[in-house]
Design a protein around this ligand. Structure first.
Ligand SMILES: Cc1cc2nc3c(=O)[nH]c(=O)nc-3n(C[C@H](O)[C@H](O)[C@H](O)COP(=O)(O)O)c2cc1C
Length: 447
């Protein structure tokens, strides 16, 4: 254990209206703003004033004709929006989701190197494999490739991207205008990678960026997902319902990181938390109930079907969750489907009750209470081996995020659990991660 004081890391999970399914219909939300830059600028600057480590945008590569009738699925592309936000912020990290199933490593490595340069070292990549047939149909397939196959491609994808970022050594740039010497070409390397999925010569056409490589984030919690995360990730997002489950996940993944020869202190684990804050617990619960009233079971059922990879739309809302064939679950987002099915069975929920349990956080932990109660719970998870920090998922971006920042953050700061000033400049520094040396510089024979 290092001797410096351990502080939690906070990431804001940025969505247009809020994480609750009813958020876009709430009176505090101006629905005309959801595609406007100024709205996102306000949120990013508010999170930065609160000294959040980072903000993060999820992504999926499809939408559903049926679901858009009821839900504000705006579909803004994360790298584009985060690039714009990098101009109006100075310190906060910017994490964009990009899928390894429907992209090529060269393009992705180049885009992240570009944002890392333009933001002075604040870029992060949430690596996903995508999990639905709906997405596959926008990319020449009828079905999403199998789970194991997607993770194999992801592993090779990240290996190639890493070598591309490393292909410029730290001191490759000479920048001598008088002598006409821009770069030392002996420090710029070809990869000549020929693998199962990719054939890439390199080098990258963008020089080494301030963080060396963007921060790599991973969020798969299945067996394949945990293996992948423990070998490549700098930070891990996860959905956990209870302290016990979060502790089990935390210790399992930290052990895997150690087994793969990496330092577990250099990989941070951030479970999602969906806070709803009131002056009293009763007021918080009332706020939650109001949001629940704004949900539409037709939409919720479509979203749930998509999430678990099984069509539930013809099942009665007041009946139980049906048994779902194992085969249907194993292709898509495995760990989330399992979490949801266990939740329904353990608590004997009807589909209607389950939909409301998922309305606020899609399986992430929801806490409705006072600022002190929320801070208490975060403190326990942080100190009892369940988390290195949290992925904060406000139910409403207008109002709900402000409540968390105005009331919970100061409480965490009073307890010495969260920074009052940034001490680093890059996202890697905020997360307490070391700078990665170029693997070419470390092993010059690998040319
Ligand atoms: C906080 C968080 C954010 C995620 N963001 C995305 C996303 O943007 N797009 C996506 O397709 N999947 C996303 N996922 C899903 C994961 O990438 C992964 O598919 C899911 O956790 C299931 O992984 P598994 O099949 O390894 O269990 C996210 C998961 C979590 C916990």
């Amino acid at each position: 254990m290092s001797t410096t004081k351990r502080e939690m890391h906070l990431n804001l999970f940025l969505v247009p209206a809020g994480h609750h399914e009813g958020a876009w219909r709430h009176p505090d939300t101006d629905v005309n703003q959801l595609l406007q830059f100024e709205h996102f600028q306000r949120i990013a600057q508010k999170a930065e004033q609160a000294k959040f480590d980072s903000l993060f945008m999820a992504d999926r590569y499809s939408t559903s004709k049926r679901a858009v009738a009821y839900g504000a699925l705006t579909g803004l592309e994360p790298l584009t929006l985060l690039t714009a936000l990098s101009v109006v912020t100075k310190r906060i990290g910017l994490i964009a989701t990009v899928s390894t199933s429907f992209n090529e490593p060269f393009n992705v490595a180049r885009r992240f190197a570009t944002i890392d340069h333009l933001s002075s070292g604040r870029a992060g990549w949430n690596i996903i494999t995508s999990g639905t047939d709906e997405e596959a149909r926008n990319f020449n397939y009828e079905q999403i490739p199998g789970h194991a196959e997607r993770y194999e491609r992801a592993q090779e994808f990240v290996e190639v991207a890493t070598r591309l970022w490393d292909s410029w050594e730290e001191d490759a740039l000479i920048l001598d205008q008088a002598a006409g010497a821009y770069a030392d070409s002996s420090k710029v390397h070809e990869l000549n990678h020929k693998g199962e999925h990719f054939s890439v010569r390199g080098p990258l056409n963008v020089s080494r960026s301030p963080q060396g490589r963007p921060v790599l984030v991973q969020a798969g919690s299945s067996e394949d997902g945990r293996h992948f995360a423990s070998t490549v990730a700098d930070a891990i997002f996860t959905a956990q319902q209870t302290l016990a489950d979060a502790q089990a996940f935390y210790s399992d993944v930290k052990a895997r990181i150690r087994q793969s020869g990496r330092n577990p202190e250099h990989v941070i684990i951030l479970p999602g938390i969906c806070p709803i804050i009131g002056e009293t617990e009763a007021e918080a619960k009332e706020k939650e109930a109001k949001l629940h009233e704004l949900t539409n079971p037709k939409y919720s059922l479509l979203q749930l079907s998509n999430r678990i990879g099984f069509d539930l739309t013809s099942y009665p809302l007041d009946g139980p969750m049906p048994d779902i064939p194992e085969n249907d679950l194993s292709r898509g987002h495995q760990s989330r489907a399992q979490l949801i099915i266990e939740l329904a069975h353990n608590e004997n929920l009807t589909l209607r009750q389950l939909l409301l349990r998922l309305a606020g956080g899609r399986g992430h932990r929801t806490i409705a209470g006072t600022a002190k109660q929320v801070a208490d719970e975060l403190e326990v998870w942080f100190k009892e081996g369940a988390a290195d920090g949290f992925n904060i998922m406000p139910q409403l971006m207008n109002g709900g995020l402000d409540d968390f920042i105005d009331y919970v953050v100061p409480e965490l700061q009073r307890r010495g659990l969260f920074r009052t000033e940034y001490t680093g400049r890059t996202l890697r520094e905020h997360y307490g991660l070391p700078y990665p040396q170029s693997s070419f510089a470390a092993q010059p024979q690998y040319q």
